[in-house]
Design a protein around this ligand. Sequence first.
Ligand code: HEC
Ligand SMILES: [Cu+2]
Length: 365
Amino acid sequence: MTDQPGQRPEERLPVPREPSEVAPPTERFTAPLTAHSVGLSPERAAKIVTQSASARWVAFLAVTIVALFVIVYYFYDLGVPGVADSSRLDKEVAAQQVTAVTEGYSLFEANCARCHGAQGQGGIGPVLNDQAKLLTHLTPGYLQSVLTVGGRYVCGDANSLMPIWSDQGSPPGPLNYRNIQELIAFLRAPSTLQFQGVDPTTGLTTTLKGWRDPAFVPAPSSTPVPNCWKDAFASPSAAPSGAASGAPSGAPSAAPSGSAAASPAASGGATGTVLELTASGTAFDKTDLTAPAGVPFQITFTNNDAGIPHNVVIHKDSPTGAVVWQGAIFSGVATQTYDVPALPAGTYGFACGVHPNMTGTLTVK
Ligand code: HEC
Ligand SMILES: [Cu+2]
């Protein structure tokens, strides 16, 4: 029988074999009876006992070592309580902060120093390194907002000179999330933090410190930092209350005589003293002014810096002394005539309220 093409193969059945071809059944392998003994010799039993005891010891030691390692590593990471500087994590965080501050410093010098000053002392933009400001005003959240929204966030001035810096802003600025974080780290760096940076005056790499004094406590009499920096000087409504605390003797007479001075000045303009003062390139043209004691006088103040706000603030004794009188802030190019009330004889400092580095001496005699 053969398979037919196109049909199922034929079944093939096993061919029966001759009985002579079938192998005889093999005998099963058997071991001698002794091999089947299950009993333990006393030596063997003793050995097993010792062996399992040492095995338990090994396991115990292994677990102990792992447990000790976990405990030691825990303290290595988090620090031994009461032992300063023993924490690896703290050291790592501190090192990262120094890195961020160093980066932030170079970002600041490259992008912000031209307006806010190399030390944040103020320039075209407001002061940033002021302790009271750093304490209450320049918080990380606020800095983040200002850098994302731009200078208009500060006083609502749509034409603010300060651009948007963050690439999250609209329109996006040039700095990314990291850069912003680094800038904030730098602006808020405590004075206890030291880092390496290029000193803009010498061009050499030196050790620098953060601006913020962690121990700073504002004087109880100090006025809180205003939300809009211009409010500190400009607003005429704020001036009487601000000046009243600063100069109790001069202030009450200052405000009424300031307005009253308008009529004497109008009639007696020829006799009244008029001082000339000009601001150009964020600097006053004069560092010394002289005014008569006991009579109101005027300052014709010319601001030649286009778009940059300036004013004149008269301080007691020196440009950093208590504020005696302040003129309105206005942007250049413009000229305004300030009416200054009568001042007692003495030495005064004058400064721009926006740019504390613009200073001079006013002698009243
Ligand atoms: C072109 C000049 C300019 C540059 C550059 C500039 N700023 Fe400003 N900045 C200003 C002005 C002007 C203001 C005030 C905002 C306003 O009222 O118009 C200001 C305001 C601020 C304020 C708010 C201050 C306050 O008292 O509330 C912060 C913070 C600030 N700038 C940070 C920076 C940082 C950080 C950089 C660098 C990335 C920078 N600025 C670059 C001009 C500038
Ligand atoms: Cu100024």
